[in-house]
Design a protein around this ligand. Structure first.
Ligand SMILES: [Zn+2]
Length: 86
């Protein structure tokens, strides 16, 4: 995984979180209005939650090399791209 993909994952994660919050807001408004037809919102919210959690896991378990800026998923102490110690 390259640096650009990591940034993409960050944006997808943030986007999913924003949609998730908007979705819950809409669901709350509907419930407040005593409208219980929230199946669509519930599905969208679930998908967004899964995407956001997956994004967090990817970001949590991957590091960026401070020397070459490439993504390092391996647990080793050296960057496999440039050999820089992490
Ligand atoms: Zn490196």
């Amino acid at each position: 995984m390259k640096f650009g993909k990591r940034r993409l994952v960050t944006w997808v994660t943030v986007g999913a979180l924003i949609v998730f919050m908007l979705d819950w807001g809409m669901m709350g408004l509907k419930l407040f209005d005593r409208n219980f037809d929230i199946l669509t919102e519930a599905c969208v919210g679930l998908v967004c939650a899964v995407v956001a959690i997956a994004g967090f896991i990817i970001l949590r378990f991957s590091r960026v090399c401070p020397n070459c800026g490439k993504n390092v998923v391996a647990k080793g102490s050296c960057c496999p791209h440039c050999g820089q110690k992490l």
